[in-house]
Write a protein that binds this ligand. Structure first.
Ligand SMILES: CC(C)(COP(=O)(O)OP(=O)(O)OC[C@H]1O[C@@H](n2cnc3c(N)ncnc32)[C@H](O)[C@@H]1OP(=O)(O)O)[C@@H](O)C(=O)NCCC(=O)NCCS
Length: 173
C-alpha cells in the first residue's frame, strides 16, 4: 500500500534488490552496515524479516526495520504484568530488532510510519506472541519509543516492551 507523507509517496515492502542501500545513512553506523552487508543474508536464513520503506519517485530506500520471533524470560517482565500471565518460563514475543530512517528523510513521520507498520505486521502474524519488544540503542532511541508508551523490562533500561493489548489498541486508533 502506498502512503503519502509530506508530499512524497512511500511504500513498505520486504527487502529485495531495491536501490539506495549503499547511500543509506541513519547516523548509527552499525545500522547502516547491517542494511548493506547483513540484512539480505539474515532474511534468507530466517534470522530476521527485513522491511524497507521506499520512496516511490526515486525508488530508493529511506528506512528499514527488522522483525523476529523472540522469547523473554518471565523474570524480566514487571510484576504487575507477570501476575496476569501463565507460569511459563518465557514469554513469546516479537522483537523489532532494528529501526532506522536515513538522515535526509528524518522528521517527516517515517519512523512512526515504520513502527506502526511493524506492530501491524506483528498483529497479523499467526504465530502467538504476547509482548512486542525493542532494544533502544541509545538515549535518543529510548525517547522515541517512550512517547509511544513503551515500558522498561527489568534486565536493562534499554530493553523496552509493549503488551500485545497495547499494540492492538495503538494500531486500532
Ligand atoms: C529514531 C528514528 C527512527 C526516528 O525517525 P524519524 O523518521 O525522524 O521520526 P518521525 O519523524 O517519525 O517522528 C515521529 C515522532 O517522534 C518524535 N521523535 C523522533 N525522533 C525522536 C527522538 N530521538 N526522541 C524523541 N522524539 C523523537 C518526533 O518529534 C515525532 O513526534 P510527533 O509525532 O509528536 O511530531 C530516527 O531518528 C533514526 O533512524 N535514528 C537512528 C537509529 C535509531 O536510533 N533507531 C531506533 C532504535 S534501534
Amino acid at each position: 500500500m502506498n502512503n503519502e507523507i509530506l508530499g512524497a509517496t512511500y511504500r513498505i515492502e520486504p527487502l529485495d534488490r531495491q536501490a539506495g542501500r549503499d547511500a543509506f545513512t541513519c547516523g548509527v553506523e552499525p545500522l547502516d552496515r547491517y542494511l548493506r552487508q547483513q540484512a539480505s543474508q539474515d532474511a534468507r536464513r530466517g534470522f530476521a524479516a527485513v522491511f524497507v520503506v521506499v520512496e516511490q519517485q526515486s525508488a530508493e530506500i529511506r528506512g528499514y526495520f527488522t522483525l523476529s520471533m523472540a522469547g523473554v524470560p518471565v523474570t524480566v517482565i514487571p510484576p504487575e504484568l507477570r501476575a496476569r500471565m501463565p507460569r511459563y518460563p518465557s514469554v513469546p514475543a516479537i522483537r523489532l530488532g532494528r529501526l532506522a530512517v536515513t538522515l535526509s528523510a528524518r522528521g517527516r513521520g517515517l519512523g512512526k510510519f515504520l513502527l506502526f507498520d511493524a506492530m501491524d505486521r506483528a498483529l497479523h502474524n499467526e504465530v502467538a506472541w504476547s509482548t512486542f519488544i525493542v532494544d533502544a540503542k541509545d538515549e535518543a532511541a529510548r525517547k522515541f519509543y517512550l512517547q509511544y508508551g513503551f515500558l522498561g523490562l527489568l534486565d536493562d533500561p534499554d530493553h523496552l516492551y509493549l503488551p500485545r493489548a497495547t499494540v492492538k489498541a495503538a494500531c486500532a486508533s
